[in-house]
Design a protein around this ligand. Structure first.
Ligand code: DC
Length: 233
C-alpha cells in the first residue's frame, strides 16, 4: 500500500500530535507499518533523556545541569522488525523509559528549552528522506511544520486514564483515579509550558479516538492521507 505524493515520489511525512494516552504511538506505529514507513516516537527520546537524568542524580530543576547532561547522552531509536528499541549510551532502555519515575519527571525535562532544541534537531534530521510517521506534541507545529499530513489525535481524559490503567495491568500499584489525575496534570504542564506547548497546528485534522478502535483510527488516517494528496494533485 502506498500514497502517491504530488511531486511524483510515493513517500510523505505524517505528523501525529496529541495528549498522553490518545493512542498516538500504537496508531502511528501501525500506520507506518501499513505504509512501509519509519515510525519515530519522539516521546521516547524525551523519556530516554529523563531516565539518564534520574540515573545520574541530576536535579530536574537545574536547567543548566539537565541541558549539559542531555547533550552528553547518546540516544538511539531503532526499529527492529516493527518493534521500536531505545538505547541510552548503548544500553537497551526500551522498558525502563516507561517507568513511573520517568512518567512523573518527563514533562519537566521536556520543558527545558535546551533539551528541546537538541531533540528537535535530531528529529528533523531523521525525517529528511520522507517516509516517516512521527508522533509527539509539537511535530505539526514545530518539528515538521511542512509535514504533508498533520493529525491531532485526542480522547477524553477519562478514556485515556482507563486505557493506561488497563495497559499497566495488575502489577502497577496505582488507582484509576490517581492515573486520571496524573494524566490531567501532565496535559496541563504540556499545554502550558512556554516552549512548544501542546497545541493543534492550524492545518492539523482533529481525530477523536474516544469511541473508535485503533483499526478505525488507522484506516481513517490512511484515508485522510489519500484524500488530501489526491486533492492537491
Ligand atoms: O508521548 P509520551 O507520553 O511518551 O511523552 C512523554 C513526555 O514527553 C510528555 O510529557 C510530553 C513530552 N513530549 C514533548 O514535549 N514533545 C514531544 N514531541 C514528545 C513528547
Amino acid at each position: 500500500m502506498s500514497i502517491q505524493h504530488r511531486d511524483g515520489s510515493d513517500r510523505i511525512n505524517i505528523a501525529i500530535d496529541g495528549p498522553a494516552g490518545a493512542g498516538k504511538s500504537t496508531v502511528a506505529r501501525t500506520v507506518a507499518e501499513r505504509l512501509g514507513y519509519i515510525y519515530i516516537d519522539t516521546g521516547a527520546m524525551y523519556r530516554a533523556v529523563t531516565l539518564g537524568i534520574c540515573r545520574n542524580g541530576i536535579d530536574v530543576n537545574s536547567h543548566a545541569d539537565v541541558a549539559a547532561a542531555a547533550a552528553s547522552f547518546d540516544i538511539v531509536i531503532r526499529n527492529d522488525e516493527g518493534k521500536q528499541e531505545v538505547l541510552l549510551d548503548g544500553e537497551q532502555v526500551t522498558e525502563e523509559i516507561r517507568s513511573r519515575e520517568v512518567n512523573l519527571l518527563v514533562s519537566q525535562v521536556a520543558a527545558n528549552p535546551a533539551v528541546r532544541e537538541l531533540l528537535v534537531d535530531k528529529q528533523r534530521r531523521l525525517a529528511l528522506d520522507k517516509g516517516v510517521v512521527m508522533d509527539g506534541r509539537d511535530i505539526g507545529t514545530k518539528v515538521l511544520p511542512e509535514a504533508d499530513l498533520k493529525i491531532f489525535l485526542t480522547a477524553s481524559v477519562e478514556i485515556r486514564a482507563e486505557r493506561r490503567f488497563l495497559e499497566a495491568g495488575t502489577t502497577q500499584q496505582i488507582t484509576l483515579e490517581q492515573l486520571r489525575q496524573e494524566i490531567a496534570a501532565r496535559d496541563k504542564m504540556d499545554q502550558e509550558r512556554a516552549v512548544s506547548p501542546l497545541t493543534r497546528a492550524s492545518d492539523a485534522l482533529v481525530v477523536d479516538s474516544s469511541h473508535l478502535s485503533i483499526e478505525q483510527v488507522v484506516e481513517h488516517i490512511i484515508d485522510l492521507g489519500r484524500t488530501k494528496l489526491a486533492g492537491a494533485k
